[in-house]
Ligand binder design. Structure first.
Ligand SMILES: [Zn+2]
Length: 174
């Protein structure tokens, strides 16, 4: 199936000429394979190249290219945490943090239409009260409309099924 995957990737990499649609513009920035998962990892505090690579099980050259693309799009920024040898961490810009509602909607969509037998592997909760966050980014306990800063990902009932995989959702923080 590799040729098909490559074909799809190359389609996503192209422009969408004649598309007067902001969804097409958004996909230009974040529609490449792995891009949203990199954004998810950084949002969850997995900020270093090696940690993201371990979490996603992705080739180094592909990860480098995707990180650079996200930096070029002003979605991520790179900050040095060590000078020799040079080491960096990745942080979301405001533009990147504003992807949080889209990630919440897509995650819940996956939970609904491709559910695992044990339930969701990840449950996002409101830091303030511990309530579950809805697909619209609203706390189901206190009703607060949340941002990325207000929420954190926790292992859900289906997390155990992924525990032995190198790219478990929580592998980077174990
Ligand atoms: Zn709450």
């Amino acid at each position: 199936m590799q040729p098909l995957c490559e074909k799809i990737t190359s389609v996503l990499r192209n422009d969408y000429p004649g598309q007067a649609c902001s969804l097409a513009k958004s996909l230009e920035a974040i529609g490449e394979r792995w891009s949203l998962l990199i954004v998810r990892d950084v949002m969850n505090g997995n900020r270093r190249f090696s940690g993201i690579q371990e979490s996603l099980g992705i080739a180094r050259n592909v990860l480098s290219a995707r990180l650079q693309r996200l930096i070029d799009e002003d979605i991520l920024e790179r900050r040095a945490y060590q000078e020799s040898p040079p080491r960096h961490e990745y942080f979301l810009t405001e533009k990147g943090l504003d992807l949080w509602p889209a990630l919440m909607a897509l995650m819940h969509w996956g939970d609904r239409y491709t559910p695992g037998p044990e339930g969701p592997p990840v449950v996002v909760v409101h830091k303030g009260c511990g309530g579950t966050v809805s697909d619209r980014g609203i706390c189901e306990s206190c009703g607060q409309v949340l941002t990325a800063h207000d929420a954190r990902a926790t292992p859900g009932p289906g997390a155990a099924a992924y525990a032995d995989l190198p790219y478990s959702p929580f592998a980077a923080r174990r």
